[in-house]
Design a protein around this ligand. Structure first.
Ligand code: GLN
Length: 278
């Protein structure tokens, strides 16, 4: 039988998939922390572990994102389960959560709506950090809803309700103090959709119309019917969509319209406040 140590397995895998991915996959196979890999370089992998690791390396070489291979992704201060039914939570979306948390009081009830929740990353993080708030998470995909439900259960979130449906369709007559969304916003002909990890993610969660603004436009247009007086709308959008978003917000009479840069300095979230209920 082949005797392969942690250190040898990593050296071998690094050549094909790089050190970061190799470590994450081996941690997953061994169910161990990264520190374990560093402190036990001579530990021999069992035949089963070696086979599982080789299989994951092969799928990673084929392009499958690490998060789908390990079934989880860290977001904010949480670990969320993910699968092919949901977009993999991105670091830039933490900006949207930060901005939302700044608007939500800690000490009183506040109604929050997350549209197109996917894994529930945004809704669950907000619900956890603002336990007095009542968060509603909407998604059109039953498979995504199942992932979100599982995450909420794992993290013992009890101030979150899930609604299956398209955008506002199932929310007639309901109003919220804050609406957030990371909708699909990549332009339909963007070549990135056919490259790298994006190829494996649900296209319905990524791309929206020729210019990527179809869903953003729909949300901004309909949000005033679902916001309370002085309620806020915050949207994540593409690297070149900030001014188009601000214009759409202005067209719907939002005030305090503002865009915010992500850690890469790219305007990534825009929003505004609805001063008067329509
Ligand atoms: N930020 C993602 C990307 O460009 C897209 C996420 C989205 O469409 N909401 O990969």
């Amino acid at each position: 039988m082949q005797r392969v140590t942690i250190s040898q397995a990593l050296t071998f895998a690094c050549r094909d998939i790089g050190r970061v991915d190799a470590c994450m996959l081996l941690q997953h196979v061994l169910d161990a922390a990264q520190a374990h890999l560093l402190t036990h370089p001579d530990q021999i992998l069992s035949a089963q572990q070696l086979e599982a690791f080789q299989c994951l390396i092969k799928r990673r070489i084929d392009g499958v994102p690490v998060a789908y291979l390990t079934g989880e992704r860290a977001f904010y201060d949480l670990t969320l389960i993910v699968n092919e039914a949901v977009l993999i939570p991105r670091p830039e979306t933490e900006l949207l959560v930060d901005l939302a948390l700044q608007l939500i009081p800690l000490d009183r009830s506040f109604r929050v709506l997350d549209l197109g929740t996917g894994s529930g990353a945004i809704a669950i993080t907000i619900a956890k950090h603002r336990p007095q708030s009542q968060v509603t998470a909407v998604d059109v995909s039953p498979a995504a809803m199942a992932v979100c439900r599982q995450n909420a259960q794992n993290l013992q979130i009890d101030n979150l309700s899930l609604v299956m449906g398209s955008w506002f369709d199932e929310l007639s007559g309901e109003r919220f103090d804050l609406i957030v969304s990371n909708p699909p916003y990549v332009a339909g002909n963007d070549p990135h959709l056919q490259q790298g990890d994006l190829r494996f993610e649900p296209q319905v969660a990524l791309s929206a119309g020729d210019d990527g603004l179809f869903c953003i436009n729909h949300i901004i247009h309909n949000a005033p019917d679902h916001l309370t007086e002085n309620g806020w709308l915050l949207l994540e959008h593409g690297y070149d969509q900030a001014s188009a978003c601000r214009q759409l917000l202005q067209d719907r009479d939002f005030s305090n319209i503002c865009s915010h840069p992500d850690l890469a300095g790219i305007m990534r979230v825009s929003g505004g406040q609805l001063k008067f209920v329509k």
